[in-house]
Design a protein around this ligand. Sequence first.
Ligand code: IMP
Length: 424
Amino acid sequence: MPAVVLVGAQWGDEGKGKITDFLAEDADCVVRYQGGSNAGHTVELANEKFMLHLIPSGILHAEKLCVIGNGVVVDLGKVIDEIEGLQRRGIDTSNLRISSRASVVMPYHKKIDEIEDRTKKIGTTKRGIGPTYADKISRVGFRICDLLHEESFQKKFAEEVECKNRLLEAVYGEPGFDAKEMQEQLMAQIGILKKYIADTAYLVHNSLRAGKNVLFEGAQGTLLDIDHGTYPYVTSSYPTAGGACIGSGIGPTEIGKVIGVAKAYTTRVGEGPFPTELVDATGELLRERGAEFGTTTGRPRRCGWLDAVILRYAARINGLTDLAITKLDVLDNFATLKICVAYRYQGELVYEFPDNIHVLEGCVPEYIEMPGWNQDISQITEYGDLPLEAQAYIAKIEELSGVKHSMVAVGPKRSQTIVSNRLF
Ligand code: IMP
């Protein structure tokens, strides 16, 4: 089964970094296909913690081809910092490849993101993601390959900076940018990155043709998808499984399995409706026990019970074949656990995830209760050794989502992963 896509089944932060890192062991190639430095993956390896934003977690394994695909928006300064940070810690980055077709996040994108979020109040990461994708779709953005041809780049770039300066100065009353200075910085950055730049779609295709195992690593999550998420409280890319094809340049027929990573409860950062949110001591306890603070921004995450309406939706939208359930150990000390099985909206039961956020805002969760297990499960390595209550909780998730689990994470370390079914 050479191509596996890994996606977040909720609002991101499901612990995808750890599962990717685990699967990367058996993969020959790991590909990021969307998003940018808004993502934050934490991987714990031999008592060391690695925080990755743009580079696939596969980089921590020697000899894997690690790809930043065409669907990613790349902040050149950030990717250089990440490469140098890894190198300082003895990690070999020579197998990293960045798509020449990937879009570049410019300093003005970050500035515009910051200014616009003051009024739009999406609660973005201020990494310039939305404005960069907007420019890409408006066909006024810059791709990495454009920067490799300085002469043709210069004219178009000067015009675009002038246009952005008009917006910043006249509309927002903020200072503009010096195009020449910015260009010099970009040229210096592209000089450093040159050796990593490639036609990555071609490389990934060749890996697949050679029968190699390729893992497509989604960032963010299903409900942050620009089309299928809780619009407008979403990111500007396609974190769902279909995004893997567009964002890496492979066809849908290549994909064999899609694994959805779901936290054993629910969290979200930023604004927007969240039916099972707990704004009480139980929510606080989940945040504390789960260390629920953003990797990229440090913001406290909103926490709540598991929502099976969301998981069913994620299963359908992504065509999930497997589930990886993460952070099950965070629920160790709860006497009773709740799972939302449907919503009640204006007196009616709703089983499908609503399209409109105002409807979602009015949805009240219908819960079932399950007994907790009241014991430490963080050292358990075999599924059959989990307390029966924990097994029942997972079986209920499978029943409600219609997807079997393949992996269960009971702690942040690689060793704290129970594997019931191997994906590669
Ligand atoms: P942006 O991606 O920075 O434009 O932010 C848009 C929305 O997506 C905000 O609600 C962010 O908090 C959320 N978001 C972006 N990246 C992540 C992530 O990696 N995990 C969780 N939420 C994210």
